[in-house]
Design a protein around this ligand. Sequence first.
Ligand code: SF4
Length: 931
Amino acid sequence: MNSIPVMELPSSTEHKIISTQTTCPYCGVGCGVTATVQDTTLGQKVSVVGDVNHPSNYGKLCIKGSNLADTLGLGTRVLHPMLGRHPHQQITDWDSATDLIANKFQHYIEQYGRDSVAFYVSGQLLTEDYYVVNKFVKGYLGTANIDTNSRLCMSSAVAAHKRAFGEDLVPASYDDFEHTDMVILVGSNTAWCHPVMYQRIMKAKELRQQKQSDLFVVVIDPRFTATCEAADLHLPILIGQDVCLFNGLLQYLHQQGYADSAFVEAHTQGLDTALKSSQAETDIQDVAVKTGISLEKLQLFFEKFAQTEKVMTLFSMGVNQSSRGVDKANSIINCHLLTGKIGKLGAAPFSMTGQPNAMGGREVGGLANMLAAHMDLDNQQHQQLVQSFWNSPSIAKHVGLKAVDLFEAVESGKIKAIWIMATNPVVSLPNADQVKRALNSCEFVVVSDICKDTDTTQFADVLLPALGWGEKDGTVTNSERRISRQRAFLDPPEQAKADWWAVAQVAKKLGFTGFDFANSHEIFKEHALLSAYQNAEINARSNAQSFRYFNLQGLTDLSLDEYDQLAPIQWPVIMRNQAEHAFAQLFSQGQFSHADGKAKFIATMAIDPVHQSNTEYPLILNTGRIRDQWHTMTRTGLSANLSTHKAEPFCEIHPSDALKYGLKEGELVEIKSAWGNCVLRTVLSDNIRRGQIFAPIHWNDQFASDARIGKVVNPVVDAISGEPEFKHTPVLIQPFYTQWQGVFYVREGYEHIVKNSIENTVWWTKIQTAKAVRYELADRRRFTQTTQHLKQLLPFEDESFEWLNLEDQTAHISHSVVLKEGRLIASLYIAPKALLPDRDWVASLFKRDRLSAIHRKALLAGQAMSMGNSEGPLVCSCFKVGKNRIIQTIKENNINHEKQVTACLKAGGNCGSCLPEIRGLIKACQAELTQ
Ligand code: SF4
């Protein structure tokens, strides 16, 4: 049973309870959730649990999904169309806003041509939104200058699939995890980034062990992540050497006679060229040296792969986000093709998508190099097919600009107008300050978003209020090709509208027909009809003018009611009532989408990442996600529960490198590259190799003074997919000098009073707690200078505020507490790090309506009077169990299994996201005991 975070929303007086089955809006696992809205006299209460009937998660949710209700408040929302750039925005109406957009786009197209306008959209969009905007841009504006943030996460996998299979196809399903004998996780911290999928694999492993057999789990990752805790084998590969590793495996399989010659002969082509191009990896000892993996581990991996019939290789951003991302994915697929480990239950390569609807975006042709319904922009027959179906005045005839190139074209002035939807490129793109410059200089910027203030909305000339999760209605497709309904269960707030509606308004104002959609059902039907247009099912492919596996023929005649009730279903959907697992495994008959029906081996060569470390930038920066935050924190950053596990922007550094560069645990570190710099908190970790550092992608200018890691990342991209090399940027690290550091809390509702003074400190980061906002601060002003002008930092001038102060000038300690009518309003502690107060304890005092004398005294001292031991950093966010309590429990009870920790503390007993960390703590305690 999942915990039920509850969000109270204003309105309504009836006491009714309505539950809605919908889909989580975060990662590509695509978990089903049940959202329940209860009307009370205080307003609406929303609770969210896992949907036990959804075949992708069977009721399980990770910590992010479990806390969805926390993210539904309207405090940060944009609720009306706005005109004018920040800070000169003014409310307008939809008619005026869409008039302006239509006029401006028309003007630029007439003046400078179709390619002078661009769209940058998102894997957060529903398929229906995605479909309409693509139709508008590619079929009516006649340009392919529409790209999506999915470019940043899985475009390499798309290109690899198309090269190997002839179509962008993920050939397997989550069910396969229960049938496979070996799971290889490549470039993925699955335990944190696809948690429910990871737990499903772990559950399969556990069940297998109970039956005295095994599911062998391998993790290939430069870091020892939470995912490695339960793995049988971890291969700590050097960043960028995946092609070398899998080419080595291909050679090994070939040399040792493990090829499935019958499969290769009947269903593939191109093996010889793939073998030739991988000849540099014929010697396993060389491969060990080049990949940085020990020979012993490498041999074990190769043997296991070779000797196991059912192998699944799951790959994610560590593969895709690379200047060789497409080749990396193809080198993996090559090994599966050679051994025939594809198209069978429990055997396939499997790309894990990052976003909730990255797959849906691919279906509608959301990338600048794709047409709708899995057709190609550079294919004349496909152009004609799509144009005739749409009956559109034009069709894009050449590939548009991919994300990085697109924003370069904005900065150069080639693109005059851009419309950005549901994404935050100022944070998420590499060389992110270039994006800032580009938008700053762009003549006309439209942003559709749910948030008023993001790093990107600052540049909007028109800001359109979009519907958020819970308000919008449509479909999404997850990593296993499963289409699920995302249903609305909340009324649209104020003037917020669906993205497809906004695009259709502009299209109609430009005089285009074909946009008279009444609802998402009508759009979905058109999308399904296009997928089936001049298409056929696999066994009748010779009858099709253009065969594509992506075919929703069986959904083309859905009634509105049937669409509303649509149960999760995997495509292709040839018949409405096709068997549940009809297409769980593609290629089971060995038929691929290439015209000859064969899969292609792709010749890949191991080539190093573009920018290597050097004397100026001696370390390599790797970036990625963390467990409890999603993308740029616009939703997860609002949840106190999700802000505890990793509260601050941080950089993981190996202790030896930290020593070398003069850094200590908890100090601030400046990370510099040739493209930009930022300042993060140092976290020492021997889970990272020497010479590498790791930083999360989430923090941005709304949550920290200088933690936007995208600024630092090199803008190198894969030549085929255009996906950026987020995992490999040469950097320099150095201590970030400050005079003092501190922690500051301010009660919600008083934040505006301190905003400027906080932003005047040289470094700050903002953390949501239950009733207050916490800031970690550091500054270069001298301690005395700061404390002499405390009211500059704490401008609570009004006499109604009561002040308590404690100061020790010699020890550089200053404690200030501000109260109003006995309630805690703010508290500031400036002190050496070890003397700063327990953060959770201070936050807990904001929950009190009145502070007792003991509390006041303790607060001023910065120490709880009878607190007992501190929890330490939070590990289990569901049950609020910290690292210190878990370690103490493990030691006191001599615990050797995570289930015992759950039995004692409940930790890990709900969403399970923290189980890998608990396993790690058990291992660490056991190691300590044996020393
Ligand atoms: Fe949402 Fe978590 Fe499921 Fe991903 S794994 S879809 S974030 S609940």
